[in-house]
Design a protein around this ligand. Structure first.
Ligand code: TYD
Length: 131
């Protein structure tokens, strides 16, 4: 599967809107882990690595940021700025999160538990393994 923006259901209500995702209706994998990135100082970049096996789904629950994915050949930029849209990131994509707005909140769900050995932190090694 390729990276893609997944539109989530949006239940409009005068009392406030509600969105959700569940496996396997919106999300193509079962969730093993949830984490979030917040209080990012202006100009900082998170990520800068790829995962050998884990897949992720990234949502801007609040504010906005950009996710830059590299497939070993070229970059593709996804701007996330709605709490009812998320980005599916397959395994083996180099990913960086940057351009965080003030008070932005990035929610990330993964199909794997945290595993330091699943990270590829060297871009040249990533390109070698990918191509
Ligand atoms: P890391 O994934 O390297 O952050 P980023 O790539 O977004 O800059 O994680 C930063 C630190 O947090 C690292 O020491 C590992 C730890 N960590 C966990 O313990 N559990 C997790 O689920 C995640 C994502 C990170």
């Amino acid at each position: 599967m390729n990276p893609k923006i997944i539109n989530l259901p949006k239940i409009l209500d005068k009392r406030g809107n509600l969105s959700f995702f569940e496996h396997s209706n919106q999300l193509p994998f079962a969730i093993a882990r949830t984490y979030w990135i917040y209080d990012v100082p202006g100009g900082e970049i998170r990520g800068g690595h790829a995962f050998k096996e884990q897949q992720e789904f990234i949502i801007a629950l609040s504010g906005s940021f950009d996710v830059i994915l590299n497939n070993g050949k070229k970059d593709e930029l996804f701007s996330l700025n709605r709490s009812y849209k998320g980005l599916y990131v397959p395994k083996m994509y180099w990913r960086s999160l940057e351009n965080f707005s003030t008070n932005s909140l990035a929610l990330i769900v993964s199909d794997k538990l945290y595993d330091a050995t699943d990270y590829i932190r060297d871009f040249e090694q990533f390109k070698f393994l990918k191509n």
